[in-house]
Design a protein around this ligand. Structure first.
Ligand code: TEU
Ligand code: CA
Length: 557
C-alpha cells in the first residue's frame, strides 16, 4: 500500500489504490428502473453491474439513495441510515455492495451534510421551539431590523437564503431550497452525529464518500461568509480523525470555491484531509459574470487548456487531481465541449482521451461513455429540476423572455444530465417499461448502451481502453505533465513522462482539419496506445489531423 512510486529523484508520492482507479457516477433516479414505476432503483443498478464490469471501472459513486422527500432528488435527506422506498431497501443496498465487490467494484456514497431535508427528524424536532434540544442543530436568527430576513444572503437555487418559521418568529438558513435547512456545524452534537453516521456506513464496507458542497460547512452567515469559513478545515480534520484516519477510503470533496492553494490544504500530504477535491474552473470559466450559467460564453480551447495545465502543475508534487467533464449538475460533455452532430463519436473519444491521459483520478458520469447528448427539451414543462424551475420563475419575473431562458436551459440545465440512461433502442431507451419520471432523449434509437457494446469502434470501447491503460501504465498515473502549443486554438498537445517512458497526447479539438508544426522534442517514434481514427506510432515535424482526431503514442527509452 505505501510503496513509493518514483516520479523523479526529487519527488516521491505515496502510492494509493485510487490513483489508478476510474470512478463511474450513477444518478440512481435515471440509471435503470427494475419495476416499471418510471424511477431508477437499486435493483436496476444491480442488473447493470455486468455492463460496468465490462467497462472496467473500479468504483461507483452513487448519488444519494437515502430516505428523502426528493425536493432535490435525494440531496435533501430525511434519514441518513435508510434507503428511499422508490430506490429500494437497505437489503437491496447490501446486495449491491456485495455483488459490486465480487466484481472488484467499490461503492462511494454521497455524503450530504451541509444540510438535511426539512423532514429529517432533527429538523422536525428543531422546529418545535426555541428550547428544543435539536434547535441548535440548525441556523436560526431573529428577523432583521425591518422585520424581514436577517440579511440579504441568497440561496444558490434563487431567492433569499432565509425562511421564516412562523411559529417561533425566527428565520432558518437554507443555502439551497427552503426544504434543505443548513446544519449548524458549530454545534458539536451535529458533528458527532455526522461522524457516527459515516462510521456506520464505513464499518459496513463502503469504499468512501463524495462530499457534497463540503466547502460550505464552515459558513458564517452573519458575516455573509458561505464557502471557506474560518473553521472549515478544522471540521474536516476533525472528521478525518473521527472517521477516516484508520481506514483506506477514497474521499472527494465537492468544492466550487477551491483554488490551487486550498486544494493542497485538502489533499496535500501534510494534512491529507481528503483524497482529492473536485475543482470547477473549467466549468465556471464559461459562465457569465452576471447571469452565471444561464448565459454562457463560447468555447475557448486556449482558456480551457490553461485551466487544466494550471491544475496539473499546481498538484504535480503534492495533492491529487480529480478529472471530470460532467456530473449530474452539468451539461453533457459532447454537447458542451464537443460536437453533438456529425462528429459526436470522435469528439466524445477525443474529450475522453485528453482528460483520461492527465494526472488524477478520472470520473465518468453515466452515459458519457456512450456519448450521450443534452436533453432536447423545448418547453419548461419538460424540465423537472428544482434549480431550473426556480430560476425560470425568477428570470422571467426579471424580464427574460421564455425563449431565452429555454435556450440557456438547453445549454446548462441540470436536467441535461438527468434524462434516462438508454440501454437499448426500445421506447424510453429501455430504461423503464413504464413512463419515465423525465423524458428520454429523442436519440435513444441510435445512442444506447447495447449498440455501443456491440460496436467495437464505439465511444464505450474507447473508454474501456482508456480505463485499462491507466491500470497498466504507471506513466499515465504518475508521469510529469508538460503542455505544448498553449496558444494553439484547435490543438491540445501534452506529454507525460516517468523515468524512461513518455506518453505524447495530440488532439484536434475542432471540426476543422488542421496541419500542425510540432516542437522538435515531440518528434517521436513509439507504440500507438489509443486513437480515434487510426493507430499512429510516430510523429514527424508536421502532422495533419482530421476533425476531432486524437491519439497517444508511448515512447520508451
Ligand atoms: O451541488 C452544489 C451546487 O452548488 C450546485 O447546485 C451547482 O451550483 C449548480 O447545480 C451548478 O449547475 C451539490 C449537488 O451536486 C447538487 O445536485 C445539489 O442540488 C446541491 O449540492 C445541494 O445538495
Ligand atoms: Ca423503479
Amino acid at each position: 500500500m505505501t510503496e513509493h512510486a518514483r516520479l523523479n529523484p526529487a519527488v516521491t508520492i505515496t502510492r494509493q489504490w485510487w490513483h489508478s482507479s476510474t470512478v463511474y457516477q450513477i444518478y440512481p433516479r435515471s440509471f435503470a428502473d427494475s419495476n416499471g414505476d418510471g424511477i431508477g432503483d437499486i435493483p436496476g443498478i444491480i442488473s447493470k453491474l455486468d455492463y460496468l464490469e465490462k467497462l472496467g471501472i473500479d468504483l461507483i459513486w452513487l448519488s444519494p439513495i437515502y430516505a428523502s422527500p426528493m425536493d432535490d432528488n435525494g440531496y435533501d435527506i430525511s434519514n441518513y441510515q435508510d434507503i428511499a422506498p422508490e430506490f429500494g431497501t437497505l437489503d437491496d443496498f447490501w446486495e449491491l455492495l456485495a455483488k459490486a465487490k465480487e466484481r472488484g467494484i467499490g461503492i462511494v456514497l454521497d455524503l450530504v451534510v451541509n444540510h438535511t431535508s426539512d423532514e429529517h427528524d432533527w429538523f422536525l424536532q428543531a422546529r418545535k421551539g426555541r428550547d428544543n434540544p435539536f434547535r441548535d442543530f440548525y441556523i436560526w436568527r431573529d428577523p432583521g431590523p425591518d422585520g424581514g430576513p436577517p440579511n440579504d444572503l441568497q440561496s444558490i437555487f434563487g431567492g433569499s437564503a432565509w425562511e421564516l418559521d412562523p411559529s417561533s418568529g425566527q428565520y432558518y438558513l437554507h443555502l439551497f431550497s427552503r426544504r434543505q435547512p443548513d446544519l449548524n456545524w458549530e454545534n458539536e452534537g451535529v458533528r458527532r452525529a455526522v461522524y457516527d453516521m459515516m462510521n456506520w456506513w464505513l464499518d459496513r464496507g463502503i469504499a468512501g464518500f463524495r462530499m457534497d458542497v463540503i466547502d460550505l460547512i464552515g459558513k458564517q452567515p452573519d458575516k455573509k461568509i458561505t464557502a471557506d469559513g474560518p473553521h472549515l478545515h478544522d471540521y474536516i480534520q476533525e472528521m478525518r480523525r473521527e472517521t477516516l484516519r484508520h481506514r483506506d477510503a477514497l474521499t472527494v470533496g465537492e468544492t466550487w470555491s477551491v483554488t490551487p492553494d486550498s486544494a493542497l490544504l485538502y489533499s496535500g500530504r501534510e494534512r491529507h484531509e481528503l483524497s482529492m477535491v473536485f475543482q470547477f474552473e473549467h466549468v465556471t470559466q464559461r459562465w457569465d459574470e452576471v447571469f452565471g450559467k444561464w448565459r454562457s460564453k463560447p468555447f475557448d480551447l486556449v482558456a480551457l487548456k490553461a485551466v487544466f495545465s494550471k491544475w496539473q502543475q499546481a498538484l504535480a508534487e503534492d495533492g491529487w487531481n480529480s478529472l471530470f467533464w460532467g456530473n449530474h449538475d452539468l451539461p453533457r460533455a459532447v454537447s458542451r465541449y464537443g460536437d453533438e452532430g456529425e462528429f459526436r463519436v470522435p469528439s466524445a473519444k477525443t474529450l475522453a482521451t485528453v482528460l483520461h491521459m492527465m494526472r488524477g483520478t478520472p470520473y465518468v458520469y453515466q452515459g458519457e461513455e456512450i456519448g450521450m447528448t443534452n436533453a432536447s427539451f423545448t418547453s419548461i414543462e419538460q424540465y423537472k429540476d428544482i434549480e431550473t424551475l426556480n430560476m425560470h420563475r425568477l428570470h422571467l419575473a426579471a424580464g427574460l423572455s421564455p425563449q431565452d431562458f429555454i435556450a440557456g436551459a438547453h445549454m446548462n440545465s441540470r436536467d441535461n444530465a438527468r434524462t434516462p440512461m438508454p440501454w437499448t433502442d426500445a421506447p424510453h431507451g429501455g430504461f423503464t417499461t413504464g413512463t419515465p419520471w423525465i423524458e428520454a432523449n429523442g436519440n435513444v434509437g441510435s445512442i444506447n448502451a447495447a449498440a455501443a457494446v456491440d460496436d467495437d469502434q464505439s465511444v464505450f470501447h474507447h473508454y474501456r481502453t482508456l480505463i485499462t491503460l491507466r491500470k497498466t501504465h504507471d506513466v499515465i498515473v504518475y508521469g510529469r505533465y508538460q503542455s505544448y502549443l498553449d496558444q494553439h486554438p484547435e490543438v491540445f498537445l501534452y506529454t507525460r513522462t516517468l523515468g524512461g517512458d513518455r506518453v505524447t497526447v495530440l488532439a484536434n479539438l475542432s471540426k476543422a482539419p488542421v496541419v500542425v508544426a510540432l516542437p522538435g522534442e515531440i518528434v517521436t517514434e513509439g507504440e500507438a496506445l489509443v486513437w480515434t481514427h487510426q493507430p499512429i506510432s510516430s510523429l514527424e515535424q508536421t502532422v495533419s489531423l482530421r476533425a476531432w482526431e486524437s491519439f497517444c503514442i508511448l515512447t520508451r527509452t
